[in-house]
Every structure is written in structure tokens, then in C-alpha cells.
Design a protein around this ligand. Structure first.
Ligand code: ARG
Length: 577
């Protein structure tokens, strides 16, 4: 697909070389969207300073060499030396029309790279909280977008499935019985199970002693203990998968690569770090001291890779994730979609891995920082009684509220249809609200705002898509059969067609910046361009059949783009609303 900005950049760049000499052939032509034309090239201003000439003269020389007759209707030098570029209507029309027969819906195919994405990562026998909701939703959108751009994505769900709490969890499971209702709680209300284990641990010395002994057995690989541990992990998987199914998240059991996956690698990691002198023993623990990581009073902060009791920590397993993803998965990009507070931890891990040679030149790990989700009081979202919110309840409430909205708007639909729409709208609203703000900022969780049918919300975009579908239904036309030709006469038609060409570039921008909110902004702009178009340009009522065909093609391309865009965000577009 044609990205006008990219094509214009290439053309202006070669004009630059022709006008000013080969040494300028690589100069960035600085193409930007313009207020006075479709785009403007700003390069002449900076270049003029460099070569000591008047900017308007430099611009004139560039324009003299510029060959854009096939795609621009007007090229104009304006102000101090901007080159204004206005696209030809027939060019825009042809590009918009070509979208309809493009199986990639305008998304460019990039040189494939292997990308490992660490996301979601809940903990076994614990409730997923809103922080996990956000890393799950953002990580999944990134996985979908990078796949659409042609990359090989390896999802890595780094669940917390190892460590000392498993001693008490296993003992509690044994006390309750493996087939007991208490054990069932791990599938439905994991915190209740965890809390009960915790209370026993705090109250009973006998239980605590058993739990401690269990941790030793677990680490020693005692088969019966491992079986019980596996039982807990399996029960938790049921819970995770219920949440993932409810959220329409692409994670499956084959993406699970929890902390325990790396157990066998940990002694070797410590051994190598010690042998190469990267780690040293300090107060009995094996530590890596890195330059620039200091705490209070300038005291060095270590990355502890082996505790004084011989146990390994969170840092050690994360070192193993780097090694595994680079060496075994062949990943060239490593994304860690994790809460912002873990930034220090990750930087220490990566710097250590770099020193040890596990992170070769050219492989860049990225922390996709996830900001907090806040309640209306501006504090971390909690229930009224101060407990952490149960994710399942949060999602169920979104669907419930959407049910009311749908019941109000569409009393004509049968119950089953309404329920399915409510589900798509409720879940879509929560996911979209999460994705439409930059992933590293905090946002206030607000059902009313996220479910609103106006503004940059999931329901607004779903509604735009449903409206287009209803136009086709009313006209008795299948959107798949709309093929134009697209002819642009009204300004609102031109605006919509031009907006359609922005989809591929918007998806590419998400792949490059790892910021899904860019795709949301794009889709919101597109939906607004459609709304403006629809107010000014009747489709079914258009008197001229050629205009009707053209408008059908335009809205079919809009529908295709909205649906494809929402799908990349993991949001469903219901048939009607
Ligand atoms: N399980 C951790 C938590 O719930 C998140 C793990 C993130 N991934 C990682 N490779 N450290 O906070």
C-alpha cells in the first residue's frame, strides 16, 4: 500500500540530490502534514542555512527538480520556504480503492524479525489485578500488531510459578484435599485460597514448619511435591484461561514460560557470572555490582543472583529469560511489558546480561512500561472495602453496564443478540480505555467514560463500524462486493479517503514505537472523518448511481479498516449496535 508521506519523501529527496548535489541525496526532506496543503516539505529552511543561500531560492531549486505530476495536483512554495504539496484527487481515489482488494488491508509487510514479548505474567494461586489486566491487554495488542507487520512473535507468559510461597500453598492443598471445594477456589477465587494458606502459616507453628520443609522438598525435586506443585499450577491455568477467554486475549498454554522454566539454567548462570568476575560474594550472597546503580548515601545497590541461603531470586530468572530468548528463541527484539516500577530491576538485569555476553550487539531489550490504573480517588484501584479488585468482577461489571446501555438503545433485538453485543461492547470498552492512553501513564478507571458512545472510546468505534454495516444492510448490498470506482468530488469524501491511507502507516508506527495508543488515535480520527462524511454525503440516497457506487466503496474500505484496526487491538466489532 502507498503511504503518501513516504512516497513524497522519496520524491523530494531525489529532487534535493538533483538540485543541490549528490552529498544532499540522503538528506531528510522533513515531510509533515500541513495546514494549508496535504503535506509540506520543510527541508529547504535548514539546508539554506547550511549552504548560505536564501531559503525560498533553495525551495525553488528543489521544486524545479521535483517530479510528482502523477500524485500531486499542486506544488507551491509558501512562507519563508516551505514546499506545500497537495495530492491529486484521482491518486487518492485509486489508492483508497486499491485497499478493497488488498488482503493485508493496507498494513505493510516488513522484514521479518523474531520478537519475544513478555506479557501478562500473573502469579499462580493469586488473583490477577488491574496491573496484570494492563500488561495483558497492551502486550496482546503489540503481539497482534507485530505479527500483522510480518514478524515472528513469540509470546512469553512469565507466570510466577516458583518460590517459597509454594511450601504453604502445597500444605494447604494437602490439608484441604486435592478434590475439595477449597482446591476449586484456585480456579475461581485464588486469593481466597492464598489468604487461607497465609493465615494458617501465620497462626500455626506446626503448619509453618511443614511449609518450610515443603519448600526444601520442592527445591530438591521430590516427585510427590512436584506433583502437588503441578496440580496448583494446573488449577491456576484454568483461572488464567477463563480471564484470557473473557478478554479475547491470544495467550494459550503453549505461551506459558513461567519462572520455573528456568530452574535448570540458574546454577550455570551464577557459576558463569562468578567465574568471569562479574558477580562476587558479598555478605554470603552472590551479587553483581554495576556502575551507576547506587542507593541511599551512595551505597551500591546489588543485583542479587544467589541469596546467602543458596536460593535464587527474581533477578536470576530474568537473566535466564534474556539468555533463553536470545539463544534458544533467536529473538532480535526483546519486549518486557511490565509495570513501570520494575524499570530499575530490568536495567540491572540487562546490563549484567550485556557484560556476560548474553545480550549481543544489535539485540535491544525494551521495557514497555505499564502505568498504574487508578480509582476515582486517584489512588490504586481498590474495592470500597480497600481490597484489591477482582479482575473477573471488574470485567463482569463492564458487561453488565453495557447490557443496560444496549437494552436502552436496542429494545428491538432479541435477548441473545443483545447479550452478545453487550459482551463485545463491555469488554471492548475496558480494553480500549486501556490502550488509548499511552501505556506508561496512569489512568482513572471510569466505566461511564469508557462506555460512552462519544469521544475516543471503544464503543464509539464499534458504533461507527455497526452503522456502516447497517447502511449496507438497508441497501441490500454486501460490503465485499463494493469495488467502486472511487471518484472524489466532495471535500468530505476526499478527507475520508485520505484518512484511509493512514492506516498502514499508523500500524507501522505502533510496531516502531510500541505505542498502541497511536492506532487508537488513528481509528478515532478515521471514525470522525466517516461521521463528517456521512452527515454531508448521502450514500443510499445518492441520486447518481456512479456516486452511490463510489460511496459504497469508500464506506466498505472504512469498515474494513475499522474492523482490522480494532482486531489488532483485540477489540471485537459487533454486527449491529
Ligand atoms: N509475575 C510478576 C508480577 O506479577 C511479573 C513478571 C514480569 N515478567 C518478568 N520477566 N519479570 O509482578
Amino acid at each position: 500500500m502507498a503511504d503518501p508521506q513516504e512516497i513524497l519523501a522519496a520524491r523530494v529527496q531525489s529532487a534535493l540530490g538533483a538540485a543541490l548535489g549528490a552529498e544532499f541525496a540522503e538528506t531528510d526532506p522533513v515531510i509533515r502534514p500541513s495546514q494549508f496543503a496535504d503535506y509540506q516539505a520543510n527541508a529547504a529552511l535548514a539546508l539554506a542555512k547550511r549552504i548560505g543561500r536564501a531559503p525560498r531560492d533553495v525551495a525553488a531549486d528543489i521544486v524545479a527538480q521535483l517530479d510528482v505530476d502523477d500524485l500531486c495536483r499542486e506544488v507551491e512554495i509558501s512562507g519563508p520556504g516551505f514546499i506545500n504539496l497537495t495530492l491529486r484527487d484521482d491518486w487518492i481515489a485509486a489508492q483508497a480503492q486499491a485497499l478493497l482488494s488488498d488482503p493485508r488491508a493496507g498494513v505493510p509487510q516488513q522484514d521479518p524479525e523474531t520478537v519475544a514479548i513478555d506479557y501478562s505474567a500473573p502469579n499462580v494461586a493469586k488473583e490477577m489485578h488491574v496491573g496484570h489486566l494492563r500488561t495483558t491487554v497492551v502486550g496482546d495488542a503489540l503481539a497482534r500488531v507485530l505479527e500483522a507487520l510480518g514478524h515472528r512473535v513469540v509470546r512469553q507468559n512469565h507466570i510466577g510459578d516458583w518460590g517459597t510461597p509454594f511450601g504453604m500453598l502445597i500444605e494447604h492443598l494437602l490439608d484441604a484435599g486435592e478434590d475439595s471445594p477449597e482446591a476449586e477456589l484456585v480456579k475461581t477465587d485464588p486469593n481466597a485460597f492464598y489468604q487461607a494458606a497465609r493465615e494458617k502459616f501465620d497462626d500455626s507453628a506446626e503448619f509453618a514448619a511443614r511449609a518450610r520443609k515443603r519448600v526444601v522438598d520442592l527445591q530438591a525435586g521430590d516427585p510427590e511435591t512436584l506433583r502437588l506443585w503441578q496440580e496448583l499450577v494446573d488449577l491456576s491455568k484454568v483461572y488464567f484461561n477463563r480471564i484470557y477467554a473473557k478478554l479475547d486475549v491470544t495467550l494459550t498454554d503453549s505461551d506459558l514460560a513461567g519462572e520455573s522454566t528456568y530452574n535448570a539454567m540458574l546454577p550455570g548462570i551464577c557459576e558463569e557470572l562468578e567465574r568471569t568476575g562479574i558477580a562476587e560474594i558479598s555478605e554470603g550472597a552472590l551479587c553483581v555490582f554495576l556502575e551507576g546503580f547506587t542507593g541511599r548515601e551512595g551505597r551500591p545497590v546489588p543485583l542479587i543472583v544467589r541469596k546467602s541461603d543458596g536460593g535464587y531470586g527474581y533477578g536470576t530468572t530474568d537473566l535466564a529469560t534474556v539468555k533463553y530468548r536470545v539463544e534458544q528463541l533467536g529473538a532480535r527484539r526483546l519486549l518486557y511489558v511490565i509495570g513501570a516500577p520494575q524499570s530499575l530491576h530490568l536495567r540491572m538485569v540487562w546490563q549484567t546480561a550485556r557484560k556476560a555476553g548474553w545480550l549481543p550487539e544489535g539485540v535491544d531489550p525494551v521495557h514497555v512500561q505499564i502505568g498504574n490504573v487508578l480509582g476515582s480517588d486517584g489512588k490504586i484501584l481498590r474495592t470500597r472495602s480497600g481490597k484489591p479488585i477482582r479482575l473477573m468482577e471488574l470485567l463482569d461489571e463492564a458487561v453488565e453496564r453495557a447490557t443496560t446501555v444496549v437494552a436502552d438503545n436496542r429494545p428491538d433485538l432479541d435477548e441473545a443478540t443483545r447479550a452478545s453485543i453487550a459482551r463485545d461492547v463491555g469488554i471492548g470498552a475496558v480494553k480500549y480505555a486501556d490502550l488509548s492512553v499511552s501505556h506508561d501513564t496512569e489512568y482513572v478507571f471510569d466505566y461511564d467514560r469508557m462506555l460512552a458512545l462519544t469521544g475516543n472510546t471503544g464503543p464509539y468505534l464499534q458504533y461507527a463500524a455497526a452503522r456502516i454495516r447497517s447502511i449496507f444492510r438497508k441497501g441490500g448490498v454486501d460490503p465485499a462486493s463494493a469495488e467502486g470506482p472511487v471518484v472524489l468530488t466532495e471535500p468530505a469524501e476526499r478527507e475520508l479517503a485520505l484518512a484511509l491511507l493512514g492506516f498502514g502507516p499508523a500500524v507501522a508506527a505502533v510496531g516502531a514505537t510500541l505505542e498502541p495508543h497511536r492506532l487508537c488515535s488513528y481509528l478515532f480520527d478515521l471514525a470522525q472523518a466517516f461521521t463528517a462524511f456521512f452527515e454531508q454525503c448521502p450514500v443510499l440516497q445518492a441520486a447518481d448511481p456512479a456516486v452511490r457506487e463510489s460511496r459504497f466503496a469508500l464506506i466498505a474500505a472504512t469498515l474494513q479498516t475499522l474492523v482490522a484496526g480494532l482486531d489488532l487491538l483485540g477489540v471485537r466489532a459487533p454486527e449491529q449496535m
